[in-house]
Design a binder for this molecule. Structure first.
Ligand code: PRT
Ligand code: ZN
Length: 287
């Protein structure tokens, strides 16, 4: 009997779609994601991709309609899902926060007592308020939560925030953060042995792509008397590769550095005497 394809649920269209498709492509998984498709079969990996609404993904995975999925942690938490998070993917970052009209007299969480809070996240909001021993009225609405205070529907809101510009343009300010979120890879707990094998190959690739995104490859030339300082600045995965240049007294150094602060490191390398510095993106990285 031939192996069954692993089914992965991803967001059909929305904030996570583009980055998720990009991630699968970086994993060298080829598929057609033409408009209006509900599913697509990868042509070089035993994977079927299901395009769904994000809110449906936790349930589809829990029910076994899909074997794994990529979804915002906020959606998972609001659904009270117990699915296993295998990998945090580093995109779709946002936070679930409470906001009040700018310039209101809010000072501390107790000020929300007896207030009306509009949200699409009633479960997480209620849990948070209970923890804080605050009693407020929760108004569950489907969307455009940020306009609720302006139209007199509520005194505060609880919604996702990323840049903060939606709050700003609606005259609101963030006062409490309930959770931080990013896209995550989840899997159902009872996969068969052959699907587990396929899932592990897939998550191995995703981890390698993720790790690569957090790092850069760096090459530079340096006079031998500054080698010690440079090796300290770019220790790399084990230790940097140091090769003699044809020009006497000089070496070429190769290493890996964190993307996060690589500009700072490059400046330090330059001050330490490095020349001809090349910083290169990595496709996949396995430690
Ligand atoms: O159609 P479907 O149900 O699949 O999509 P959706 O409309 O429910 O979700 P979508 O595509 O808006 O978001 C998908 C996921 O992206 C969310 O579940 C989060 O995990 C993540 N994400 C990251 C965000 C944001 N950032 C975000 N800023 N989801 C929504 N927002 C909204 C927020 O609700 C608010 O309206 O953007 C606005 C605030 O953004 P800023 O930048 O102005 O602060
Ligand atoms: Zn949704």
């Amino acid at each position: 009997m031939s192996k069954r394809n692993l089914k992965i649920a991803i967001q059909k269209s929305g904030r996570l779609s583009e980055s998720t498709i990009h991630l699968l492509r970086k994993c060298d998984i080829g598929f057609d994601n033409g408009h209006g498709k509900l599913k697509s079969l990868a042509f070089n990996f035993p994977l079927e991709i299901l395009f769904l609404r994000d809110d449906d993904i936790p349930q589809y995975v829990a029910d076994g309609v899909a074997d794994c999925g990529i979804v915002g942690e906020n959606v998972l938490a609001e659904a009270g899902s117990t699915l296993n998070i295998v990998e945090r993917l580093g995109y779709g970052r946002c936070r679930l926060s409470i906001a009040v009209p700018r310039g209101s007299s809010y000072r501390e969480i107790g000020d929300l007592n007896d207030k009306r809070i509009a949200t699409s996240y009633p479960f997480l909001l209620e849990r948070f308020l209970n923890e804080k021993k605050v009693r407020a009225e929760i108004h569950t609405i489907g969307g455009s939560v940020e306009i609720a205070p302006g139209v007199g529907l509520s005194d505060a809101i609880c919604d996702l925030v990323s840049s903060g510009s939606t709050l700003f343009t609606n005259g609101l300010e963030e006062v409490e953060t309930i959770m931080n979120s990013e896209a995550v890879l989840v899997v159902r707990p009872d996969l068969s042995a052959d699907l587990t094998e396929t899932f592990e190959s897939l998550s191995f690739r995703m981890k390698a792509v993720n790790e690569a995104r957090r790092n850069k490859y760096i090459l530079l030339n340096a006079p031998n008397d500054s080698l010690e300082e440079i090796e300290r600045l770019i220790p790399g995965m084990k230790s940097p590769t140091v090769l003699p240049l044809a020009e006497k007294g000089w070496s070429s150094i190769h290493s890996v550095i964190a993307s996060e602060d690589h500009w700072l490191v490059v400046e330090k390398l330059k001050s330490a005497g490095a020349e001809g510095i090349l910083v290169i993106s990595i496709d996949q990285m396995i430690r």
